[in-house]
Ligand binder design. Structure first.
Ligand code: MG
Ligand code: MG
Length: 258
């Protein structure tokens, strides 16, 4: 079931996704060699609660933390840990969700820890570009496959892998609503995009082979070949005049360049 949102509901979702962006900015300020992923999770939980919201991931299907933090070969759903210490050269994907005023925010960003290898930097850039290419297709009258194909084509053009097992999704009062938004597909196929839909577009792109394995902790998804992966996520409303991005990466980028 696809729920169309009113203008007022879209503004509540923007509030959520701006809070997620602010939270990711705050996390980004603390990302450096020596910090534990558990510490980043505590910072995010405090920040979210101090803004009157609730961490949407905490307890979701039993997930034990407020952030998913996935380092290097971990693609998504990494569990923050006091034993996981970030090191110079790591790339760290942080996924964050909030619940505020009856709606959910859900966005993700991949950060560099200190100086990272040029190949890792390139993977991050291309993954973010793939997100922008997909977002440009999020228009009423297009189909989900137009978004999917734009993401896939951009990543594969650079020789990267596109993870098949996980996908973007509709978002609203619940974190995961219809339709699914895969990162691969064919133009002109899939559900029709309509004004009032809100979707999360979230490319998960691998430097090597696209195959992933699910770790025994029940959550962490990593690349089978243990090469790095990147993950960026926008919440996007389909509006009369085109895609309306509810997430604000400029807050995050300002914070990490301070
Ligand atoms: Mg997410
Ligand atoms: Mg999502």
């Amino acid at each position: 079931m696809i729920y169309l949102k009113t203008d007022e509901e879209i503004e509540l979702m923007r509030e959520n996704n701006v809070l997620v962006s602010e939270t990711l900015a705050e996390v980004g300020r603390h990302i450096r060699p020596g910090v534990t992923t558990k510490r980043l999770d505590e910072i995010a939980e405090d920040f979210i609660r101090s803004h009157g919201a609730v961490p949407a991931f905490l307890g979701y299907q039993g997930f034990p933390a407020s952030l998913c933090i996935s380092v290097n070969e971990e693609v998504v759903h990494g569990i923050p840990s006091s034993r996981r210490v970030l090191e110079e050269g790591d790339i760290v994907s942080v996924d964050c969700g909030t619940f505020l005023k009856g709606f959910v925010g859900d966005s993700a960003y991949t950060f560099a820890v200190g100086e990272v290898a040029p190949e890792a930097r390139r993977l991050m850039e291309v993954t973010k570009e793939a997100l922008y290419k997909g977002t440009a297709q999020a228009r009423a009258g297009n189909r989900v496959g137009d978004v999917s194909a734009a993401v896939q084509e951009h990543a594969e053009r650079h020789g990267y892998g596109v993870v098949r097992e996980l996908e973007g999704h509709g978002c609203g009062r619940k974190m995961h609503e219809d339709p699914g938004v895969p990162n691969y597909g064919a133009r002109g196929r899939g559900p029709l995009l309509k004004e009032g839909m809100v979707i999360c577009i979230e490319p998960m792109i691998t430097m090597g082979n696209k195959a992933v394995v699910f770790e025994r902790d029940g959550w962490t998804v990593r690349t089978r070949d243990r090469k790095p992966a990147a993950h960026y996520e926008f919440a996007v409303a389909i509006r009369k005049n085109g895609p309306d991005v509810l997430t604000d990466f400029s807050m995050i980028e300002k914070a990490i360049n301070e």
